[in-house]
Design a protein around this ligand. Structure first.
Ligand code: NAP
Length: 328
């Protein structure tokens, strides 16, 4: 039975990946941070096939202990301070966890793997936010980075250190440059989920308005359930490499809002939406669109869920979630 170790098991992608790997017959270990964290029980309840292991990306000895315990064949580093807006307010924390955390994980692999460190295969969750103020459209594996947030800067460090450790120590280390991917498990702080949840609440009469920042940005949005397959595929190749994972389509913030309201049967959506300067980023990423040709041709990966289906899935989930809270 192959063994996988996942950091960020409590996040959106960690949950999808754990289910996917379990379905493939893996023994799955998931790192959970913090003292007496209720998320240990949450992981045990919702994913009984995952063994929660304590550890923190800020703490190298804890990563070494976690790997010694799990003895993994594959390590997926999904843990991060992942919310761009938070990264502007907590830039040092973001650099430490999202950036240096990658270095610590790689060092832990070298320490635990010893002479056989190239036997542990490593996946790093890189991000399209590294492209930021984009130098070319669409973005490929060779597009230069120009990050526009502390999060993007930290991800660039993580990405570069993976390449450096691969070249220096012969590690089987890959980075997936994933464009935005969403789904019903997306955190409420992220714009897609904020929109679909507010739409459901407005439809049910639980909320009057949806307050957002800039809506002119363009994103390449896919479904998280599709994207975790690409992570796994990267680690099954003969040689480690980096891949853009994207749909190759872009949609504006406006379109997101319009499609979500339409899905709930609300056509006059403008009367519910207000823009507020406080939700604007200090530096915005205007246009992200990925070219997934390499992932398609080398990994045989392609997205299954398109943008309208994704939004529909999220609105339906949030309608059920919010309806269940109504008094009977
Ligand atoms: P997410 O839902 O925000 O999950 C982040 C995870 O990181 C959580 O499990 C969190 O644990 C964990 N974490 C935070 N601080 C940590 C620390 N000090 N030590 C260990 N773990 C820590 O993110 P996601 O959407 O699943 O994304 C997974 C990864 O892909 C992230 O690295 C993200 O930056 C990257 N990425 C995501 C997207 C996207 O569109 N979703 C696109 C490109 C790249 P707690 O729950 O305990 O806080």
């Amino acid at each position: 039975m192959p063994r996988a170790f996942i950091t960020g098991i409590t996040g959106q992608d960690g949950q999808h990946l754990a289910e996917f790997l379990h379905g493939k017959g893996y023994e799955v270990f998931g790192m959970v941070k913090g003292q007496n964290n209720p998320k240990f029980d949450q992981v045990r309840d919702e994913f009984p096939f995952v063994e929660p292991v304590p550890g923190d990306l800020a703490d190298l000895p804890s990563l070494v202990k976690a790997l010694e315990h799990a003895q993994p064949d594959e390590v997926y580093n999904l843990g991060a301070i992942s919310f761009v807006a938070l990264s502007f307010n907590q830039a040092e924390l973001t650099a430490n966890i999202t950036g240096l955390g990658v270095l610590r994980m790689l060092e832990a692999i070298r320490m635990v793997g010893g002479a056989q460190n190239n036997k542990i295969r490593f996946y790093q969750a890189s991000s399209s936010e590294m492209f930021g103020k984009v130098r070319e459209t669409p973005q490929t594996e060779r597009t230069p980075f120009h990050p526009r947030s502390p999060y993007g800067c930290a991800k660039v460090f993580g990405h570069d250190i993976v390449v450096n450790y691969r070249e220096s120590y012969d590690l089987f280390a890959c980075s997936g440059i994933l464009f935005n991917h969403e789904g019903p498990r997306r955190g409420m702080e992220f714009v897609t989920r904020k929109v679909t949840n507010a739409v459901a609440r407005i439809k049910l009469g639980l909320q009057d308005e949806l307050v957002l920042g800039n809506l002119d940005f363009k994103r390449d949005w896919g479904y998280a359930g599709d994207y975790v397959k690409a992570m796994w595929l990267m680690l099954q190749q003969d040689a480690p490499d980096d891949y853009v994972v994207a749909t190759g389509e872009t949609h504006t913030g406006h379109e997101l809002v319009e499609v979500a309201f339409a899905e709930a049967g609300i056509s006059d959506w403008e009367r519910y939406v207000r823009q507020d300067q406080k939700f604007f980023r200090p530096a915005e990423v205007d246009l992200l669109i990925g070219d997934p040709t390499k992932a398609r041709t080398k990994l045989g990966w392609k997205p299954e869920v398109d943008f309208p289906t994704l939004v529909k899935m999220m609105v339906a989930h949030d309608m059920a979630l919010e309806s269940a809270k109504l008094p009977r």
